[in-house]
Design a protein around this ligand. Structure first.
Ligand code: ADP
Ligand code: MG
Length: 293
């Protein structure tokens, strides 16, 4: 047979033209397997199309996660609900099913530093990506900086419409920084525009009563909270910092293992109170706005 009429070669060309790269890569191997297993043509074709679809879905998920730009990919499998006793586990797992995003509702996670707000926000964002939703993750500070930049470059409208396309906009760490009046107005515009049109997930160290510091002005704050909290799942995540508890645990392990790793200057061992102060300072430092967990 001339090379030009070689059916395998023609098939490869067709699969390339049809943009079916996984079928192209796999059809020879799968056809050998089908022959060995005595599969009929539809079974073979079915397996081939399944493998193409699975690869497409996995690539699309990777692209959605990349586009979301999570600071780290922290998922539910590493979230210890027992350590966040005030958090209703079933309710959170229900949110992971994304019904709230379909209803264009919001979520607010309010609480002190180190209580798992960013971790949980990311886990909910990942769950949304897995279920085919478009997600964008920003810290409040980075979003405001970007909005101001885009405005200067006369590209604000275009940027706002890309935000608009996200099914879920996550705004982390609202309240660590206060913004310029113009910055606060831009952020207000983004939040207000999503009202009943797209979901927002906001994490903040500030209770709502103190958001006036961020949005500089009671009228703007009241208008925002009115929209935000209309269809909103609010969770208070107060308590001791998880980081603090973890570092306490490791300090205790160090001292119970003979104190070999004890830092210098602590030959008598640090009292729990001292450790607590140190850890609190560390937690405060860790809550600097620019730090990404
Ligand atoms: P926040 O955003 O509230 O300041 P983070 O989500 O950044 O807190 O949590 C700080 C660190 O502690 C992260 O490494 C996070 O993964 C971890 N962490 C917090 N809460 C939990 C939890 N309940 N289970 C497991 N890890 C947690
Ligand atoms: Mg955080």
């Amino acid at each position: 047979m001339s090379k030009i009429n070689d059916p395998w070669l023609l098939l490869k060309t067709n699969l390339k033209q049809l943009r079916l790269p996984t079928m192209l890569a796999e059809f020879e191997k799968l056809s050998r397997e089908a022959a060995t297993a005595d599969e009929d043509y539809p079974q073979y074709l079915l397996r081939l199309t399944e493998i193409e679809l699975a690869t497409r879905q996995s690539n699309a998920l990777k692209a959605r996660i990349k586009q979301a730009a999570f600071p780290v990919e922290k998922d539910f499998d590493t979230f210890d609900f027992a350590a966040a006793a005030s958090l209703p586990k079933q309710k959170i797992l229900e949110l992971a099913r994304c019904g709230w995003i379909d209803q264009r509702e919001n979520v607010c996670l309010i609480g002190s530093a180190g209580t798992g707000k960013t971790h949980l926000a990311t886990s909910l964002g990942l769950a949304a990506c897995r279920q085919g939703r478009r997600v964008r993750f920003f810290t409040a500070a980075s979003l405001v900086t970007l909005l101001e930049e885009k405005q200067k470059q006369y590209q604000l409208d275009r940027f706002l419409s890309t935000l608009d396309r996200a099914d879920l906009l996550i705004c982390d760490e609202l309240g660590y920084l206060s913004f310029s009046r113009a910055g606060a107005e831009l952020l207000f515009q983004v939040f207000a525009d999503r009202y009943e049109r797209g979901s927002l997930l906001i994490t903040s160290n500030l209770p709502f009563s103190e958001w006036v510091q961020v949005f500089q002005g009671e009228r703007m704050t009241a208008a925002l909270l009115d929209r935000l909290t209309h269809h909103c799942h609010i969770f208070e995540m107060n308590g001791e910092s998880y980081r603090f508890r973890e570092s306490m645990k490791s300090k205790q392990t160090e001292s119970s293992s003979g104190g070999q790793k004890r830092p210098s200057g602590s030959s008598k061992g640090r009292s729990a109170k001292n450790l607590r102060q140190i850890a609190r300072k560390k937690t405060e430092t860790n809550s600097e706005p620019k730090e990404r967990q």
